[in-house]
Design a protein around this ligand. Structure first.
Ligand code: GRF
Length: 198
């Protein structure tokens, strides 16, 4: 699988460090040459590629990604803080095989400032969503969610730190379910096969 990350890459690290998921990660990609995520992958011996968005529009950037994925025989994609909207070509090519992790309980607070937006709204509970990627931003069918409390005195950093801890548990778990073929998508609803009802 390929992991796409623009920034620090702590979620990429959690995937690399997971005993089951780590060996599946065969490529890291970033749209920023200096992304720490690339260094984290290389430190684990995983190929890491900077794909420069400079010369591209969204569609041709997508074609560059698809070409790279084909060369690395990529079956699944995990977005981990990738701050770029993917072209419809990429989304369609990996329909049902591409996950994203988002720092809120979707559908609340989509977008690039989810933690800040949740704090400003005054919610008492936020959380993490892992979802399949469709053509709308932060919108696809939900695979796993975990609630994270907002505590008195939280600022964006402290809440995002607590959310990150949940992400680092939830994202590897969701990737395992995807790769093991245990996700059955029924419209917007994702059923986890082998999970007993409570
Ligand atoms: C995470 O909070 C993720 O939910 C969001 O971007 C952030 C990336 O963090 N999509 P990191 O680079 O994995 O540390």
């Amino acid at each position: 699988m390929a992991v796409l990350a623009s920034g620090v890459g702590s979620n990429l690290q959690a995937l690399l460090d997971d005993p089951t998921v780590g060996p599946w990660v065969s490529l890291a990609v970033s749209d920023r040459a200096s992304a720490l995520a690339l260094a984290r992958a290389r430190a684990k011996g995983v190929p890491a590629e900077f794909v420069d968005p400079g010369p591209h529009d969204r569609d041709s950037y997508g074609l560059a990604l698809l070409d790279l994925f084909a060369r690395h025989r990529i079956d699944c994609v995990a977005l981990a803080g990738f701050m770029r909207v993917l072209s419809p070509d990429v989304v369609r090519a990996f329909e049902g095989r591409m996950l994203n992790v988002h720092p809120s309980l979707l559908p609340a607070f989509p977008g690039a400032h989810a933690v800040r937006d949740a704090l400003a709204w005054g919610v008492k509970v936020s959380g993490v969503t892992v979802h399949l990627v469709d053509e709308e931003v932060d919108h696809g069918p939900i695979v796993l969610q975990e609630a994270v409390p907002v505590l008195p005195g939280d600022d964006e950093q402290s809440l995002h730190d607590r959310i990150h801890e949940a992400e680092h548990r939830l994202y590897p778990a969701a990737v395992r379910l995807l790769v093991e073929g245990r996700l059955k998508v029924d419209g917007r609803v994702v059923h986890v096969l082998g999970e007993e009802p409570p």
